[in-house]
Design a protein. Structure first.
Length: 475
């Protein structure tokens, strides 16, 4: 990169001062400028533009800002060059750099890639003790998201994305550049001779979002008689304000309808349908700690409530929402799922009848990942990392049978699985429905809820590593 990058950043900022950034996002940054921040940078025009502007405005605090880059490994050498470029820019600006490569080398769904990327972000936010994650989304992204979500069928809340300020887990995602168009961003970078990386997969029409970006959005801009992006931004803001009002009212109604951990169905049924849905969903999330309900499930519940009759609607493999005697409550049933032993290759994805998916992948662990695993920072209910001592071509997946023995990490010798599960106070449903991963010799390597077997534990010099994940299937 020719010239002094910090000088170019300052010149760029003069053309795009904070006064034209999203006001709420900028104010949030100002209020939290003594905190540690992270900036997610792909190397594309948007994120390079945003990173340089942040550096120009906050010149006195580069040591508190980390740049994080996730390598999706979808474009082989180009993906490596993306990572190298972002690292070079980061070093020149005086920031700390963190990166990670996608575990799988084959193309996966957008959802899976996002899940792994966000998991990496979570790790770095925790490692750096940052409370703010900045992203470089622009006004074109708002329009694309608007189109994409409309086609999927969403309400007011779904149309408010991406938001300038988003609370996510235990940190905030901030998007200060939503008020600036992609065209203005690229023209500014060209003017100041600042290169960026182009992702060739963005030209593929495989994914709906790309088709909307390449085909629909340009025609939409051409067909309207005014500034489309300005109108979309205004609409997003109005919808966000309306959604905030709906949430405020729904919060008060949730308090009114609560009966210990249940809900008063009589009061619920008198609410407007949109508020009724929000109250039920807030109840599910906040009171029961379950996942958010889909709109289809909320529609069934609201229609049933308005019919003033008793009902029971299943929301997961073992959980239902039940209305009886004007009381809405949760019920858990002991459903036992029967399925035969499966033989799968080392790389596999298996959907189980209990509503969960089991996935196996070969991995190349970074030093940071290996250190986390050896320190025991793994959610053993969902994940295990194993390093088999001998090569074998396949796994066997089955349910528990009488006489099974298992030696998880920490036990000096194997023990009856029945006794181990009793020690864990597992109920009959969990004992029967939880899958087990075995090698070709029939040795149990992992059971979700336990550490992996002592025989395949990870060590500091492990080369042959396989990750096993057990997650609820998304509906």
């Amino acid at each position: 990169m020719d010239g002094n990058l910090l000088f170019k950043a300052v010149q760029l900022y003069k053309n795009f001062p904070c006064e034209i950034w999203d006001e709420s996002a900028y104010q949030f940054l100002e209020l939290n400028k003594e905190e540690r921040w992270c900036f997610a940078c792909s190397g594309g025009a948007d994120s390079i533009f945003g990173l340089l502007n942040i550096r120009a405005l906050y010149q006195k605090c580069p040591e508190r800002i980390s740049v994080i880059h996730f390598n999706h490994k979808q474009r082989r050498h180009d993906s490596i060059d993306d990572q190298k470029y972002v690292e070079k820019v980061t070093r020149e600006l005086g920031f700390t750099f963190y990166s990670k490569k996608m575990k799988s080398t084959t193309a996966t769904s957008e959802g899976e890639m996002r899940q792994e990327r966000m998991s990496f972000y979570d790790d770095i936010m925790k490692k750096t003790q940052a409370r703010v994650l900045i992203q470089g989304h622009n006004s074109d992204d708002v329009a694309e998201t608007f189109l994409w979500r409309i086609s999927r069928g969403v309400g007011v809340e779904g149309l408010c994305s991406p938001r300038p300020i988003q609370k996510y887990k235990n940190y905030y995602i901030i998007r200060p550049f939503l008020s600036i168009s992609k065209r203005d961003i690229k023209e500014a970078l060209l003017k100041h001779d600042i290169p960026w990386r182009e992702d060739s997969t963005n030209q593929s029409e495989k994914h709906l979002r790309n088709r909307l970006r390449l085909n629909t959005l340009p025609n939409w801009k051409k067909d309207v008689d005014r500034d489309l992006l300005k109108g979309v931004l205004k609409t997003r803001k109005i919808l966000d304000e309306q959604n905030e009002a709906l949430n405020h009212f729904a919060d008060s109604q949730l308090v009114e309808c609560l009966l210990n951990k249940d809900l008063n169905a009589s009061k619920l049924s008198k609410l407007p349908k949109s508020i009724l849905k929000k109250v039920v969903n807030k109840w599910v999330i906040e009171v029961t700690q379950a996942n958010s309900l889909t709109n289809n499930v909320l529609e069934k519940i609201s229609s049933s409530l308005l019919s003033n009759s008793d009902f029971q609607i299943r929301i997961s493999s073992s959980t239902s929402i039940k209305c009886s005697g004007k009381i809405l409550s949760f019920t858990r049933d002991g459903v036992i799922f029967k399925w035969k032993t499966c033989t799968v290759p080392l790389k596999f994805r298996l959907s189980l009848p209990n509503g969960y998916t089991l996935v196996g992948k070969k991995l190349e662990l970074s030093d940071f990942e290996l250190k986390k695993i050896l320190a025991g920072e793994v959610n053993q209910n969902e994940t295990a990392y194993i390093s088999p001592k001998t090569e074998f071509p396949e796994f066997h997946i089955r349910r528990r049978i009488e006489g099974d023995r298992f030696r998880p990490l920490g036990l000096k010798k194997s023990k009856k699985l029945k006794d181990i599960m009793i020690d864990k106070k597992w109920n009959k449903e969990r004992k029967t429905n939880t899958p087990m991963v075995l090698n070709a010799e029939g040795e149990i390597l992992w059971i979700p809820g336990f550490p992996p077997s002592e025989s395949c534990k990870i060590s500091s010099d492990s080369q042959n590593v396989i990750s096993l994940t057990y997650l609820r299937t998304l509906s």
